[in-house]
Design a protein. Structure first.
Ligand code: AMP
Length: 194
């Protein structure tokens, strides 16, 4: 994988383990020559991740919508910054640039981006691996919710299984490399190709 989108918090969290893992991911990407594509912020988890990569001379592309471009938020030092008109255009731009997606701890924005990536996979619009780095069990309750959706008949087990999970980046990347997309039903295929 040459390029991966990482979704993560514009906040840093109360526990220092989250920042530590953002830095680990940045170092891993730099060491393995994986370009980072992310939200373009200098704040929170986003800033910690981008700074770790830049410090190790890695490649960082920010994709930021014009409305979020304040001095307090926008990273001024990334390898490349792409400015989009809207949040939704930002998502499309990011999806065209990357070979996979990883979510780290975050809030609404992170979950929105994660579930959009999973939905693209579920519909067969994309076949890219989607993973979460489950630092400190941060996503345990999210995963429990997904399992409940399966139990209650709102999510197929095969689609639930698209999501790769690990609490360390080496293992998560190994799972993402080994990922093969589920076969789609005919109905979904028809919708996706329209
Ligand atoms: P949240 O998880 O709600 O903190 O939102 C973080 C995610 O949403 C990131 O992955 C970004 O892509 C996007 N995002 C939210 N706020 C900002 C911001 N101020 N600047 C850039 N991107 C942001």
């Amino acid at each position: 994988m040459k390029s991966i989108a990482v979704f993560c918090g514009s906040s840093i969290g109360f526990n220092s383990v989250y920042k530590a893992d953002a830095i680990k991911v940045g170092c891993y990407f730099a060491q393995h020559n994986i370009g980072l594509v992310y939200g373009g912020g200098k704040i929170g988890m986003m800033g910690a991740l981008a700074d770790a990569l830049l410090e190790k001379k890695g490649h960082v592309t920010g994709v930021i919508p014009g409305l979020l471009r304040h001095e307090e938020v926008e990273h001024g030092n990334v390898s490349k910054m792409i400015v989009t008109k809207t949040m939704s255009k930002r998502k499309v731009k990011i999806s065209k640039m990357v070979d996979g997606y990883i979510a780290l701890a975050g809030g609404f924005g992170t979950l929105d981006e994660l579930f959009e990536a999973l939905t693209l996979g579920q519909l067969g619009i994309e076949n890219k691996p989607v993973g979460i780095l489950n630092t400190n069990g941060f996503f345990d309750t999210t995963l429990k919710q997904l399992d409940f959706m399966v139990t209650e008949g709102f999510l197929k087990q095969t689609n639930r299984d698209m999501l790769q999970v690990s609490d360390n980046i080496e293992d998560l990347m190994a799972k993402m490399h080994a990922y093969t997309a589920p076969k789609l039903s005919k109905i979904v295929n028809t919708v996706a190709s329209k």
